[in-house]
Design a protein around this ligand. Structure first.
Ligand code: ISE
Length: 337
């Protein structure tokens, strides 16, 4: 049985997912494409032999759609999820779940009202071989107890023209999620520091940011988030433990020595670094749907938790203070797994 997927959003990431689901992933086809821009939807649909659907609500109820993938702009994720969840079909939604806490909670409540978990969030780093090995390092206790987590997250140029607040909600939200997942605990507080602007920092923006979190048990985590880093796309994570250190590098397979220099190429965009994570995420999602097994990725509650941290991060950035982070009790629907 092939899972018939509808893709909402025919931009860069939506198109990449659609082509992957249509051609690369086993057990899936793409039957429907929707975009705010019908011409863009039509072009993608034609490329992968799908049909274009212009009315968003119809996508979720279409007879030839078993599951939906949302890859629209961040600000409309919640609204589209609220429209689609009542149809009860599985949805894989790109991160972030929402850009405000209230919207994120509304999505969680809509899924609770449905009574079962159908939503998976596109925090694809949980499927990246590097992060999976790092998690394994920590779970196996190979470096003792984790004490400090150092992260770097750099883009060549601000993707989608991100402004400072969006660096937190669009970029660092990945670290908010991966830190909870790696350490298996919640954060207690957050601080956001800004260095002086560099010559290429856009007027009125702060870039890079240094984000410092403390977890409930007292682990420190810092993230250098640099949206206009110029040097290429880089994500690394280094954990200092009580009896060792684990470093997740830049994902390069090849170190080249030539012309009296030794080094690796740096990708320009995140696809270059996380291609395998995106592929494994999609295959895992399709496999879970085909075999009716639990979804392995981040769930709606994880998306809500990351959004809460993002909103506290914005507060910390704007006020220049350390802001406490509290989460409500985990609802029963998300209590296990
Ligand atoms: C982008 O939206 C992504 O999700 C990428 O994974 C991330 O690394 C990049 O910084 C974001 O802008």
């Amino acid at each position: 049985m092939s899972i018939r997927v509808a893709v909402i959003g025919a931009g860069v990431i939506g198109s990449a997912h659609a082509v992957s689901l249509a051609r690369g992933i086993s057990g899936s086809t793409v039957t429907v494409v929707h975009d705010f821009d019908p011409a863009r939807a039509g072009a993608l649909a034609e490329q992968i032999d799908a049909r274009r659907v212009d009315e968003l609500a119809d996508v979720f109820t279409a007879d030839d759609v078993d599951a939906v993938l949302i890859a629209s702009p961040d600000a409309v994720h919640a609204q589209q999820l609220l429209l689609g969840l009542p149809a009860g079909k599985p949805i894989l939604c790109e991160k972030p779940l929402a850009t405000t806490e209230a919207d994120a909670r509304a999505v969680v409540d809509a899924e609770i009202a449905l009574g079962r978990r159908v939503l998976q969030l596109g925090f694809m780093r949980r499927f990246d071989p590097g992060y999976v090995q790092l998690k394994d390092e920590l779970t196996a206790g190979r470096i003792g107890e984790p004490l400090i987590v150092h992260n770097i997250h750099r883009n060549t140029r601000a993707p989608y023209g991100l402004r400072t607040e969006q660096t937190l909600t669009n970029m660092v939200v990945h670290e908010f999620d991966i830190g909870r997942w790696l350490l298996d605990e919640e954060y207690a507080s957050i601080t956001v520091l800004t260095p002086r602007p560099g010559p290429l920092t856009p007027e009125g923006q702060h870039d890079p940011l240094l984000v410092i979190l403390r977890t409930r048990s007292g682990v420190l985590m810092e993230v250098e988030a640099f949206a206009n880093a110029q040097l290429g796309y880089e994500v690394t994570c280094r954990v200092t433990g009580s009896s060792g250190q684990s470093v997740m590098g830049d994902g390069a397979f090849i170190t080249r020595s030539a012309a009296f220099s030794r080094g690796v190429d740096i990708p320009e965009l995140w696809f270059g670094r996380f291609a395998e994570a995106y592929r494994v995420q999609l295959q895992s999602w399709i496999d879970a749907l085909r075999h009716d097994t639990p979804l392995l990725g981040a769930n709606a509650w994880d998306g809500y938790a990351a959004t809460v941290v993002s909103t506290r991060a914005i507060e910390a950035y704007r006020t220049g203070t350390t802001v406490d982070i509290e989460l409500p009790e985990v609802p029963e629907l998300y209590a296990s797994g």
